[in-house]
Design a protein around this ligand. Sequence first.
Ligand code: T4K
Length: 369
Amino acid sequence: MSDDNIYVTKPFLPDLSSFMPYLEKIWQSRHLTNGGPFHQRFEATLADYLGVEHVSLFANATLGLLTALQALRVSGEVITTPYSFVATSHVLLWNRATPVFVDIDPDTFNIDPEKIEAAITPATSAILAVHVYGRPCAVDRIEEIARRHKLRVIYDAAHAFGVRPDSGSLFRHGDMSVLSFHATKVFNTFEGGAIISADAETKLHVDRLKNFGIADEVTVIESGINGKMNEFQAALGLLQLEHIEDVITRRRRIEDRYRRALSDCKGIVLARPPNDLRGNHSYFPILVMDDFPLTRDGLYARLAEKAIFARRYFYPLISELSMYRTLPSATPANLANAMRVAARVLCLPIYPDLSDDECDRVIDAIRAC
Ligand code: T4K
């Protein structure tokens, strides 16, 4: 990667020297995985930070989502959003469930709760919603619908680490939330993730499922998988947690800079910041409208010519991919808002080490159009 290139994100890493004592401990103990001391400490520290009780660490969020569906015995049809990363729907196919796509709210980019009920059938077992870009879903409305129809609710919270609604932890909602600690996320352990369960019994079940279904040395009571986080990841997670507030503050500064410079830019629409919460500034999506001199793809290409690699998260929609587009709910007429947003969205570079000069390079390149 050339130094002049500006990517959509760059992972935050603390000083290497501050990680050495952790590595030395791992090397000394030879306890590398399977719920070692760093795993235990990170799980407890994370629960504290997130304001929840029941955290299960995972090797990545995709394994977390797969396991969440298994733990809740989700089957049949699952209501979900086409406006997400493919992992959200792929885990349904891997669990032999059928995704039923519901359109999004064009302001929040999240599943539109008012369109969920029309998609429920006797085969529906769950709602899998995504807090897209870390903007919370309409959790109260979704859960009220789920209660009435006896549906499970799983939140794909891959983007939502560090988001703090004034009303309390976002991760106390639904049956489970699944976080991602991938390199491209606000908080990273290279790869990693976690499930937050609503109660101790469910956490125990999740912990067993992620360890092959093993109950004790001689007892395997169900067909689990290997979803475990290792000691290296857990140690890094502990160290990263010490920096998370600073990371979010630096991201907020960049978002503010973009907002000040682009809010009056003709043809560029900035997503409204969500109310009543401390956001995590994980993404900075803009919509490129018809009165901008270039199309969205034109702007994407113009930025790339200047070594600025913005990303079209989330285009194409999941529902447009070959393994989904024949589903009845994937028809474009059913997903008009999602189609419109996917055709216009561009996520601008945002990460803690993005300098003011680099941020201004992005701003100038857009304004020069
Ligand atoms: N649910 C949702 C809603 C998600 O967004 C995701 C993941 C998941 C579930 C699944 O979570 P995990 O199982 O991964 O924990 C990336 C990530 O691979 C993916 O994790 C993420 N969502 C998705 C939104 O973005 P790509 O294909 O765009 O990544 P890539 O490799 O093109 O990276 C983007 C840019 O980041 C690069 O241009 C440079 C920079 N980068 C990336 C990596 C991996 C670095 O600077 N260093 C790195 O190590 O999918």
